[in-house]
Write a new protein. Structure first.
Length: 193
């Protein structure tokens, strides 16, 4: 899994006024949970952009006042109008504890159903995965090489050794449906017989 290094500065005061002042300085208030104690700090909004505005999942190598920790982003609060990042919650990773994360789905291959005019429908862009931090993947690759028109790949079709997908096994990830053009062509062919 990819990792990005972010450094933060400890916060002396924790409150609305202090948080507002930090935001004026293009800093984002943040909290690190999961360790022995909670750590309140601030990070640069520019440092968060490559982690927040991407579909990829990253492990963050945090450094706050010389203390280092590996973490993931657990929650982000955005301003409702400006989309400015208001607050970030980080969760410290423990190599011995399983972690549940949403991992993006990547489709691989070419579907024969799409080649004949079917429509590819991706229903789940991310899957909830539970695994130890070292076993998490950057993405879950789903092959569509076998997908004919009317066929689909469900969560239960995927098998992995060191991780568990917690979505329902009946959930459809991707399917190939009959497109309007293909349906029309089939109807015209049936009329011509």
């Amino acid at each position: 899994m990819k990792s990005i290094a972010i450094s933060g500065s400890p916060r002396e005061n924790v409150g609305k006024r202090d948080a507002k002042e930090l935001r004026y300085q293009s800093l984002v208030p943040a909290v690190l949970y999961g360790g022995k104690t909670q750590t309140h700090f601030s990070v640069s909004a520019a440092d968060l952009k490559p982690v927040v505005y991407t579909p990829d999942v990253h492990i963050i190598d945090l450094e706050v006042a010389g203390a280092k920790a590996q973490a993931i982003i657990k929650d982000i609060q955005f301003h409702p109008l400006t989309e400015q990042i208001l607050h970030v919650d980080f969760m410290q990773l423990d190599e011995a504890k399983p972690l549940t994360m949403e991992i993006p789905v990547r489709l691989t291959g070419t579907s024969p159903g799409v080649k004949v005019g079917g429509k590819l429908v991706l229903k789940l862009r991310k899957l909830r995965v539970k695994a130890l931090p070292k076993n998490h993947l950057d993405s879950i690759n789903v092959s569509i090489e076998e997908l004919e028109v009317g066929k689909s790949v469900r969560v239960g079709d995927l098998k992995f050794d060191n991780l568990t997908i917690t979505n329902s096994a009946d959930d459809t990830i991707v399917s190939v449906t009959t497109s309007r053009a293909l349906r029309q062509a089939e109807q015209e062919a049936a009329k011509g017989k």
